[in-house]
Design a protein around this ligand. Structure first.
Ligand code: G6P
Length: 611
């Protein structure tokens, strides 16, 4: 949460920072701000999206070759101009942008107030910038030393960029639990929360580790840790192209990302399925395979959509590999004193690889001695670096806040994992294993088929765009899809929606059904087909409107449902990958019809780096 960007070099910084903020806006859009720090310091801050800042600064002098920018997801203090970053210290010596939370800010603030510091904002960040200044002035030390001393006194998480007006021509970046990547150019450096603002300028990057501090001039980088121990910067090459982070003619990133799912899944398969389709090999897990095979239990951890992918994983692993699985929200797991054994395997699923609660749960599992694996999309993010081993989903950058292609790519990886585990454990015969792999590799083409129904799905969406509530029902593998469908609708159209196991409807939600209630039912021809047909009857008897996702050619449900959306025939283990797609499209069109901000829904952020 919160996006930060910095530049030091010979180019004009303002356009680079502004563009960078637009790329990072998915991380928060409550306010934004830019500071240009050359001979003098110019700061522009505005409540609202980056476009507001751009308007605000349109006639201002934005000259300068060193600067920093921030787009905020509010934690301490409401979204307004005053609480927007960058923050300056009381005597104007330091300028700071910050992503994360300083947990002991209140104590530090009281201490600084007793030293005559007066605060303009309600933020924890202003406390930090004043703490740095206080230490700097008191100790008569370098800015970098003051920063390190201050950071050793704060509790919490930070990714930050700092400039000191007494030491022009320098930026300092630091990280603890909130990501920072530095782009290395010719006589210039870029700083950002992720690589997207950097890739059009350079593919050479340095990822900061926890407790790292980087001191940058336009021609040099000095890397150390907060304890002042020198470190050698490790330059890595990115392999991202700019097209992956642009809309490419689509109205919204979400629509582009929904349409990219066949490619995302094929990219996730690449190099992992043998050419004769009889084996899955997940390279990242090879070394830890003996421990995985010995696991008495698998615990899957995730938040939001990734947690839904985890439930699909639970159903698959238990049924295909016969290993007990628990699925946990990171936020619950970490605080409920869970039992974790050394022979447990913990799998953290995360698109961003930065979700604070998932990361904290990983640390807990590591301390308990479990093997910890990651399934993540963002290469080089914190979770892949903190886990023992893992598998990347190769969905490419996902920018729309509502997750779509990342979900299907996560489900793809967890499916491959379940198949491989089942086979290696001797639970799944070679014949069955090969048959399932063949079904799996057909999925991208089947999703293409589903995507062709877009216009029809749009027509159905129009009928329900004014709904106030919605219910999503599914059984077995399609229960998590019902949860995901409801989440998509809530997130981007602000319609209240609930996902339920279809049979549980009778234990409560059925009371909500009347002629105004759309009920989206996953009703493909699987082992619970007859049961779901009965559930549809129950909804219809109470005048609910049924929109059913059915197998192509199906007739019985067509007779009773108000609308049906067909998907190609698919085995039930793989049905989540197909049935979620119409639900994504329905939510998308409904949100557009309601004039909602599809890619940046209110109050949400894509990367949740606060607890
Ligand atoms: C946020 C995003 C969701 C995402 C969740 C977990 O809420 O808006 O789309 O599912 O975080 O994020 P992760 O990056 O860990 O998958």
């Amino acid at each position: 949460m919160c996006g930060i960007v910095g530049y030091i070099g010979c180019k004009q910084a303002y356009p680079i920072l502004l563009k960078g903020l637009k790329r990072l806006e998915y991380r928060g859009y409550d306010s934004s701000g830019i500071a240009l720090i050359d001979n003098d310091t110019k700061i522009f801050k505005k409540q609202g999206k980056v476009a507001e800042l751009e308007k605000f600064a349109s006639n201002a002098n934005t000259e300068g070759t060193i600067g920093m920018g921030h787009t905020r997801w509010a934690t301490h203090g409401e979204p307004n101009d005053l609480n927007a970053h960058p923050h300056t210290s009381q005597k104007g010596k330091f300028v700071l942008i910050h992503n994360g939370i300083i947990e002991n800010y209140s104590k530090l603030r009281t201490r600084l107030e007793s030293e005559d510091y007066v605060f303009k904002s309600e933020t924890d960040t202003e406390v930090l910038v004043n703490l740095i200044e206080y230490i700097y002035l008191k100790g008569d030390i370098s800015a970098e030393m003051a920063v390190r001393i201050a950071l050793s006194r704060v509790i919490g998480a930070y990714g930050l960029v700092i400039a000191c007006t007494d030491e022009p021509g320098q930026l300092i970046a630091a990280r603890k639990s909130s990501p920072i990547v530095i782009g290395v150019g010719e006589n210039e450096y870029y700083i950002a929360s992720d690589a997207t603002p950097i890739i059009e300028y350079t593919q050479s990057v340095i990822y900061l580790n926890n407790d790292d501090v980087a001191i940058l001039t336009k021609d040099s980088i000095t890397l150390k840790n907060v304890k002042n121990e020198a470190l050698i910067p490790k330059i890595q090459k990115l392999n991202l192209n700019i097209g992956a982070i642009e809309k490419n003619g689509y109205d919204h990133f979400m629509l582009k990302e929904i349409n990219e799912q066949p490619k995302a899944i094929n990219d996730t398969f690449r190099g992992r399925i043998s050419t004769n389709l009889d084996d899955v090999r997940l390279g990242g897990l090879v070394k830890v395979m003996p421990r995985i095979l010995e696991a008495k239990r698998i615990i899957i951890i995730g938040c939001g959509t990734s947690w839904h992918a985890g439930i699909v994983g639970e159903y698959l692993i238990e049924s295909i590999a016969r290993v007990p699985v628990d699925v946990e929200y990171g936020s619950e797991f970490r605080y409920r004193n869970p039992i974790i054994n050394k022979d447990d395997v913990v799998i953290a699923i995360s698109q961003s690889g930065e979700t604070a609660d998932t990361l904290a749960a990983i640390n807990l599992a590591k301390e308990a001695g479990a093997l910890v694996l990651g399934i993540c999309n963002v290469i080089g993010s914190s979770i892949p670096r903190e886990t023992d081993a893992g598998v990347y989903t190769h969905a490419g950058p996902e920018i729309g806040v509502a997750s779509t292609k990342a979900f299907t790519a996560q489900v793809t990886v967890i499916t491959m994992f379940a198949l491989m585990l089942g086979f290696r454990k001797g639970v799944l015969s070679q014949e069955k294993y090969s048959a399932l792999i063949k079904e799996l590799i057909d999925i991208p083409d089947k999703i293409e088929e589903v995507l062709k129904s877009n216009d029809y799905i749009k027509e159905i969406s129009a009928k329900f765009s004014q709904a106030e509530n919605a219910l999503y029902l599914g059984r077995g593998y399609l229960f998590p899809v019902a949860l995901e469908g409801a989440l998509k609708l809530k997130e981007i159209s602000y319609i209240h929606a609930e996902g339920y196991p279809a049979a549980e409807m009778k234990h409560g939600p059925i009371a909500l059904i009347d002629e105004n209630m759309p009920v989206f039912v996953m009703a493909i021809q699987d082992s619970s087909y007859e049961k779901i047909v009965s559930n549809i009857q129950e909804v219809k008897s109470r005048k609910g409107k049924v929109i059913a996702i059915v197998t192509k050619g199906e007739n019985a449900i067509k007779q009773i449902a108000d609308y049906v959306i067909e998907v190609p025939e698919v085995i039930e283990q793989l049905s989540p990958l197909l049935t979620v797609v119409p639900l994504q499209l329905l939510s998308y069109h409904i949100a557009v019809m309601r004039n909602c901000d599809v890619d940046q829904p209110r109050n949400l952020a894509k990367s949740v780096t606060v607890e």
